[in-house]
Design a protein around this ligand. Structure first.
Ligand SMILES: Cc1cc2nc3c(=O)[nH]c(=O)nc-3n(C[C@H](O)[C@H](O)[C@H](O)COP(=O)(O)O)c2cc1C
Length: 334
């Protein structure tokens, strides 16, 4: 219990996080990110209650090193959500986040994701039943609106209702969701972002912790948002340019003693991780694919990516592959 309590205390600072991204932020990706930043909060990909309760695989496995790590749950049946929350707490997750932001058809058919913004009472029941079962925080990631339900009042009512069930932290993706006519990918660019709306929510609900997400790509922008809000979540930019995380503990958390690891150091730690993964029967590509962007911005970045793509699926591949790929970059720096 003491360990759990310590985790919660350490976890108070949600200033910066990497977004949940299906197929991207799996446990290998999160291990890689954690090597670069000790403090950034990491989210899992969305895991549905159905997968946890009825699935054959273990959808909750993670590396101990990943803490603080948040499980993002997809679902809307309060009983199933509570059951999964309890399982997640027992497995050591630091927090549970409910997906009220994903617009894909598959998600709507299962009645979870962004369509739940129209049912704040149901989300509220989920939060309530989850909180009755766990001590770790239960949070919500939402949009600013859905389809033509895009007024400020709609968002306000959603937050107001769900907060009453005990949700104290909302992460708001500052773009409304289109539930038909746009693919999830298109819906990450259109319609326009509205950051002011999220700022207004913080003004109206000052006691709540409000984080913002959507289209943020730099730490300068992050600092600007942090003047108005409690936290910033970045998704795609971190995935494309992961080495930015090496600066996060110093630049965002103000930890002047934080060690900024070199890319070379990260390569050698990840090579060990790949070797361990291979020894357990895993495939190097499943890890290396998340590292393609590590050298972006340097001469040789293209060669690095190409080497990994061409070689990580070879039968004899192991951790050395990363060092060989990085040699391409080193040669061009000389
Ligand atoms: C490949 C991909 C998968 C995503 N999967 C999820 C998901 O599982 N759960 C979720 O809440 N959002 C998901 N999102 C949305 C992101 O969490 C985030 O809200 C969105 O990308 C906007 O942030 P960004 O502009 O910083 O990328 C996904 C985004 C991408 C690019």
């Amino acid at each position: 219990m003491l360990i759990l309590k310590d985790k919660i205390n350490n976890f108070k600072n949600n200033r910066f996080s990497v977004a949940p991204m299906l197929d991207w932020t799996d446990r290998h990706c999160r291990y890689f990110y954690r090597l670069m930043s000790k403090q950034t909060v990491l989210y899992t990909e969305m895991v549905t209650t159905g997968a946890i309760i009825f699935g054959k695989g273990d959808y909750l496995s993670y590396n101990e090193e990943e803490h603080p790590v948040v499980l993002q749950l997809g679902g809307s049946d309060p009983e199933a959500m509570a059951k999964c929350a309890k399982i997640a707490q027992d497995r050591g997750y630091d927090e549970i986040n409910i997906n009220v932001g994903c617009p894909s058809d598959r998600v709507q058919n299962g009645k979870f994701g962004a369509c739940l913004m129209a049912e704040p009472e149901l989300v509220s029941q989920c939060v309530e039943s989850m909180k009755a079962k766990v001590d770790i925080p239960v949070t919500v990631k939402s949009r600013i609106g859905i389809d033509d339900q895009d007024s400020y009042e709609f968002l306000h009512r959603f937050i107001d209702t769900v907060k009453d069930a005990g949700c104290e932290h909302f992460i708001v993706h500052a773009r409304k969701a289109w539930l038909s006519g746009l693919s999830p990918k298109q819906n990450r660019e259109i319609p326009p972002l509205d950051y002011e709306r999220v700022y207004q929510i913080k003004k109206d609900f000052n006691d709540l912790e409000i984080s913002i997400n959507g289209g943020i790509t730099t730490f300068e922008q992050t600092h600007e948002h942090l003047k108005h809000l409690d936290g910033v979540m970045i998704g795609r930019e971190v995935y494309q340019n992961p080495y930015m995380l090496a600066q996060a503990d110093q630049q965002i958390y103000g930890d002047e003693d934080a060690v900024i690891k070199s890319r070379e150091q990260i390569i050698s730690e990840m090579a060990r991780y790949i070797d361990k993964h291979v020894a357990q029967g895993g495939k190097p590509w499943h890890v290396a694919r998340h590292m393609l962007g590590l050298c972006n911005g340097l001469a040789g970045a293209k060669q690095f990516r190409r080497y990994l793509s061409e070689n990580a699926s070879q039968p004899e591949a192991n951790g050395d592959l990363l060092k060989k790929a990085f040699d391409k970059v080193v040669q061009l720096q000389k």
